[in-house]
Write a protein that binds this ligand. Structure first.
Ligand code: ATP
Ligand code: MG
Length: 441
């Protein structure tokens, strides 16, 4: 992705506090982002949980009392066959056994999206009308997992697992957070295939594949967005981001990874809702940052996070560092190195290397003039440990790497041989050297 040049004035480091620098960035961004979305919260909720065609009552619910359930409209159907061997035979087996036992079952979510855009899916998930116990009964080698939402892992040789989930629906309004909050606090409600498509985050993630008919079932307009390479939420993006702020990070991840454009209203909604990230469960935030870093497009992902102001909320330390240094900052080149190594090895570097690639430059700046570098590094990382639930073990490892790095870069690494972190510190040192070389060339 092209990295636009910033003005010399912007790249000069202002002598203000982190808060002041962030406030300045926020103000500028808010001036830029026109508020496109309108409507009251109740209107938004209704709009986000679209149309109803037929009503009946069901008692067979995982949670809650009898409810009125709706049968949605027929999906659009797209005859689609994939190259031989593109589908996972184990997942196909699960689908076929479920359907031959009278249940509905489809391949769903990320695997359908990836197949349609020509990427190799990471894993194949199945969604079905069968309840977890019914799935469990059909596959001897399976187990029900999860307390909040129960799904079934069907186990195959070599540790291969096919995750099989019962169709779910969007939780009713009363299952959302207190007061006017839209935050979803419980989403464990069974539904039908149509409802399961609607509860998903982005239209391109809401497609179902029928392996018998070789047909994509589309209730959400996802095929159109696959064609136009656009990332669009299912329903009002402001509502969907407030319900689950982590979806903003997922938007960035998918846009960066499969190189889709984020629809303007979705982009603006994320800019508008970015503060809600602070409400998300902290372990989910750090996990999602790692997923962004692991996908082979971390440079593009972090760039987007920064541009959209999400980085101001997640990692303000990095955000202001990036705003202060010139555009050819080593951070971007280091992230390119991470992407290149991920592609080269077909697997991302260790998590400690990923965090180091992300935080190393501002961290080095923070310890630069300090007598006690270890102490200064801990002080720098402490707010991040709090904000993102970064494991203490990870922050300690980053501190060790920062203290080792100067010696490794001076070729005195042999004295550090005893440390288990040495290979990671060396990997970081290599990446830094390559990143520096790429900036110069
Ligand atoms: P990846 O290749 O990174 O695994 P994925 O699309 O499979 O991408 P998962 O996190 O595995 O992502 O989720 C599987 C599916 O579940 C998604 O495709 C999406 O349909 C749905 N999903 C996941 N997270 C959310 C969420 N926060 N809100 C709504 N739907 C979600
Ligand atoms: Mg997945």
């Amino acid at each position: 992705m092209a990295v636009s040049k910033r003005s010399a004035a912007e790249s000069k480091r202002p002598a203000t506090s982190l808060d002041q620098r962030l406030a300045l960035r926020r103000k500028k961004r808010e001036e830029r982002a026109a508020r496109r979305t309108t409507g009251s919260e109740p209107e938004r909720r209704r709009a986000a949980q679209p149309g109803r065609s037929r009503r009946f009552f069901v008692e067979d619910e995982e949670r809650g009392p009898r409810r009125e359930r709706t049968v949605g409209p027929e999906p659009q159907r797209f005859a689609t066959s994939f190259a031989p061997g593109a589908l996972d035979p184990d997942a196909e087996k699960v689908v076929r056994r479920l359907t031959s036992s009278g249940h509905e079952a489809y391949l769903v979510g990320g695997c359908v999206r990836d197949l349609l855009v020509g990427h190799r899916p990471k894993d194949f998930d199945v969604a079905t009308s069968a309840r977890p116990e019914e799935v469990r009964a059909l596959f001897r080698n399976s187990r029900i997992i999860g307390r909040r939402f129960r799904l079934v892992h069907v186990l195959f040789p070599h540790g291969h697992v096919v995750e099989t989930a019962t169709f779910r629906r969007n939780p009713p309004v009363e299952a959302q957070g207190a007061d006017d909050s839209l935050l979803i606090v419980s989403d464990n409600y069974f539904g039908d295939a149509h409802e399961d498509a609607l509860r998903r985050d982005f239209t391109i993630n809401g497609l179902f594949y029928d392996v018998e008919d070789k047909t994509v079932l589309d209730w959400v307009g996802g095929m159109e967005h696959i064609q136009s390479r656009t990332l669009q939420t299912i329903g009002d993006p402001v509502v969907r981001f407030q319900e689950d702020p982590v979806r903003m990070l997922r938007a960035v991840k998918f846009a960066a990874r499969i190189d889709f454009g984020i629809a303007p209203e979705v982009y603006d909604a994320a800019v508008q809702c970015r503060g809600a990230l602070a409400m998300a469960a902290r372990p989910r935030l750090s996990e999602e940052v790692l997923r962004l870093m692991r996908g082979g497009a971390c440079q593009r992902s972090i760039w987007l996070l920064w541009e959209m102001g999400l980085l101001d909320v997640l990692l303000p330390e990095l955000s202001v560092y990036l705003a202060d240094v010139p555009d050819d900052s080593l951070v971007w080149s280091l992230l390119v190195q991470v992407d290149e190594r991920t592609k080269q090895d077909s697997t991302p570097p260790d998590d400690v290397v990923l965090w180091a690639a992300l935080l190393l430059e501002p961290l080095l700046e923070a310890v630069e003039a300090e007598k006690d570098r270890t102490r200064a590094a801990h002080d720098f990382l402490e707010p991040i440990v709090e904000r993102l639930n970064l494991p203490r073990k990870m922050s300690d490892a980053l501190v060790r790497i920062v203290t080792m790095l100067p010696r490794i870069e001076q070729g005195k690494g042999s004295r550090l041989r005893k440390s288990a972190l040495l290979p990671f510190a060396q990997q970081i040192a290599h990446m830094r050297r390559d990143a520096q070389a790429s900036i110069k060339s």
